[in-house]
Design a protein around this ligand. Structure first.
Ligand SMILES: [Zn+2]
Length: 175
């Protein structure tokens, strides 16, 4: 059994977190996965990856062996040219997904909740798999492909390829 904790950092709509938790359960359809939602953590003063991950570390509980995914509605990039959508600390079983740059309206495009939510879900599932030890995949349609921009995130299927899916299930069953 693995336990995944979804932790809002700052103001994230509860309905969005609940929807994502349900989608994670559905996508990782196996009895060995439990998804829990944590109470919101306070947004750190600075939203660089180090600060965001250190906020998550408040939830670390070694006994539970939980995998933590933080959701932060901020830009966690450290420079204009080097924007990032997610960051992880595999050793501490923590990852964070930044929502701000996943919204079409960030780029002055019409808002589109379906597009936004699909991007967030894909990044969360990839983070979970990375924390479980899966490597990157060369298949552009697979969640484990290293997408470098939103287009590459959008063209992925919201699922693991036929190589990565068994690997993920093996990783879960070994925990
Ligand atoms: Zn794959």
């Amino acid at each position: 059994m693995i336990r995944i904790g979804l932790a809002p950092i700052g103001q994230i709509p509860e309905a969005l977190v609940a929807l994502l938790a349900a989608q994670i359960r559905e996508k990782l359809k196996t009895n060995d996965v439990a998804v829990e939602i944590h109470a919101a953590l306070i947004l750190p003063e600075k939203t660089t990856p180090a600060f965001v991950l250190s906020r998550l570390s408040h939830l670390l509980n070694k006994d539970q062996q939980k995998y933590l995914i933080g959701l932060v509605d901020a830009d966690i990039s450290e420079s204009e040219d080097d924007f990032i959508y997610n960051r992880d600390d595999v050793n501490r079983r923590m990852g964070a997904v930044a929502l701000t740059r996943l919204r079409p309206e960030f780029y002055k495009l019409p808002a589109n909740d379906a597009v936004f939510q699909a991007r967030v879900l894909k990044l969360i599932l990839r983070e979970i798999a990375l924390l479980l030890g899966l490597g990157l995949c060369q298949d552009k349609k697979c969640l484990m492909y290293h997408a470098r921009n939103l287009h590459e995130i959008d063209i992925k299927y919201p699922s693991f390829c036929l190589d990565c899916w068994p690997r993920l299930n093996t990783a879960i069953s070994k925990k």
